[in-house]
Structure formats: C-alpha cells, structure tokens
Design a protein around this ligand. Structure first.
Ligand code: PEP
Ligand code: MG
Length: 318
C-alpha cells in the first residue's frame, strides 16, 4: 500500500549488519526540496545555491536569501539542510559581476576561489545562512576547496557573520567542505582539523583526477567515477578524515546503486543523491553488508580499470 511504501521510503537505511547510512537529497531548486522530502530524504545533503544567483540582473540580498533558505528548511520539515555557498565560476558567469574570460574556466576562479575574490556576495550569503541556523539545523559547506588558507579565510568570514548577527555560535551549525579537488583529497588529514564534515564531489573529483572535462563527450569514456584512481582517493579520504569528521558523497556516483556497496565498504556513512533516486539507494544500502562491502572495496582498489570495477560490483550484487 501507499502507506507501507511511504514508511519504507522515510525509514532509515540500515545495512544487513546494522550500519546506518544517511541518505540525503541533492537540491537544485525549491521543487527538488519538496520532491526530496516526499521521496524520504533523511536530510538535504547538498543544496546547490547557484539557482538563487543565476539568471537575474542583481544578486539576491540577505533577506531574500534568508526567506528562501527557510522555505527549503520548511520543505524538509525540520531535517538538516546543507547549504553550499555559491559555486560560480568562469564556466557559468553571473551577469551582475565583472567577468574576465578564462581559457580554462574549470582550472580558474571558481567555487570558493570566486567567493573569496567577491567577498561581498559571500558575506551576504553567510549572514543569511547564520540567521537561519539560529533556529534550524543547518550545515554550511564550501565548494572547490584546494588549500587550508581558503578554509581559514572562509571560516573567518563565517565568524564575522556570526558576530554580526549576535548571540554566539548557533548550536546546530556545522561547517564542512567539498572534497572535489585531488589536492584537497590528498590533504584530507590536515583539512579535517578545520571542519566538521567532508562531502566528496565525485563529479569534479573525477574530472580533475583523470584530466577529462565533465560533459565533454570526447572524453566521456575516460571520465568514469568508477576508475580505480578516483576510488583510491575516496578510500584515502575515509581513512584519513579521522573519527570526528563525517565523510559523505554527494556526486553522481552516490546516485548509482552499483556504487553503494563499495562506498559503504570504504566507510562512507552519508550519501546525497538525486531526489528520485532516494528510495533505490536506501534499498541498495539495505541489501549491503558493510563487511562484505569492505572486501569488495579492497578488490576494486586493486582493479585495472573502471570496467573491471563494474564487473566486481555486478558480481558482488548478484
Ligand atoms: C560534484 O562535483 O561532484 C558536486 C556534487 O558538485 P557539482 O556537481 O555541483 O559541481
Ligand atoms: Mg563540484
């Protein structure tokens, strides 16, 4: 019945050997938030706030952002929302900012780099986020982090926003970064002492690890997140993050049920996926045994290529 399937959708996803894996929704619009909640998301694991900033002639002010973040939180009925700060860059210029064309926008001023050279935008966004975090469970996440200095600077601006809104640090506010640059993945042991959580963005991590631009059909066969090199980085991040820092995956790889066992095997305990994939991924978690996942994960790390990884995972699932 609808009631039963709804209960199954919203129930937590627990592996056969009793490990709970949080399954969140990726959100790129208000509709996504409504859908994600309806399909049983445990939280919003990645809100791509770009949708607020693009296709307009001036940036949203603090009040407008606050109102929208509250609407998103409402849609999730009090469950945690993870607001990623603006991930703009040369590949998607904003009409109201001076824009200098870059020959390689994916290697240029994007993500947190863009925010730190446009501090007014980041300041307003952090103010809005902190206001909402005063009465709702909110996580803030910085995209495209490469260096410790970027995290320190961004956290400094967050501290300023906290001071400006008064009353100390909001109780439920957690601070994290995307791990989507290979250099950040390889420094995760150091970066861990600056944050509460990591979210691995396998879309960008794949493009940067394999030097194959995402969305470029000519190199689509190379840009495969199942490539053992990408999996090695995911495994490395899990092993070096330490016990205090939670590690999730929010790239497309998390949305593929073929990857669930290997990700659980690495120790990933949060997956954030496209709204419509939530039920399927929760079921994939329920079909997984994390100890068996660890065995298959070790085999995947030793594989020659993505095709061999897929064969190993197909066999493990059957
Ligand atoms: C990623 O890079 O994997 C990611 C989740 O971020 P985006 O797809 O928005 O770049
Ligand atoms: Mg990304």
């Amino acid at each position: 019945t609808l009631d039963q399937s709804n209960r199954r959708a919203t129930a937590p996803a627990v592996t056969r050997d009793g490990v709970t894996v949080t399954v969140g929704s990726n959100v790129g619009s208000l509709e996504d938030a409504v859908l994600g909640a309806r399909y049983g998301a445990d939280l919003a694991g990645l809100v791509r706030t770009e949708f607020l900033f693009s296709g307009r002639t001036e940036p949203p002010d603090v009040d407008e952002q606050e109102a929208l973040y509250r609407q998103l939180a409402d849609a999730f009925g009090g469950r945690r929302i993870t607001l990623r700060t603006l991930d703009a860059g040369g590949d998607k210029p904003l009409g109201y900012l001076p824009h200098s064309a870059e020959p390689n926008p994916f290697l240029g001023v994007r993500g947190i780099r863009h925010s730190l050279v446009n501090p007014g935008l980041l300041r307003d966004q952090l103010l809005a986020i902190v206001r909402v975090a005063r009465d709702l469970p909110v996580s803030v996440m910085f995209p495209m982090v490469t260096t410790v200095a970027e995290v320190v600077e961004a956290r400094g601006m967050l501290d300023d926003a906290i001071k400006a809104t008064g009353d100390g640090v909001p109780t439920g506010l957690e601070v994290g970064i995307m791990i989507e640059v290979p250099g950040a993945a390889l420094k995760s042991g150091v970066l861990a002492s600056y944050v509460d959580f990591f979210s691995i963005g396998t879309n960008d991590l794949t493009q940067y690890t394999l030097a194959a631009e995402r969305g470029n059909h000519g190199v689509a066969a190379i840009a495969d997140p199942f490539d053992p090199s990408v999996l090695r980085l995911v495994d490395y991040v899990c092993r070096t993050a330490g016990d205090r820092v939670t590690v999730g995956v929010c790239g497309e790889l998390a949305t593929d049920p073929l990857a669930t066992a290997v990700l659980c095997g690495f120790g990933i305990r949060e997956l954030s996926v496209a709204p419509r994939a939530i039920g399927g991924i929760k079921d994939a978690v329920r079909a997984t045994d994390s100890a068996l996942g660890a065995t298959v994960a070790a085999q995947c790390l030793a594989a020659e290529d993505a095709a061999q990884v897929r064969r190993l995972l197909d066999r493990a699932n059957s």
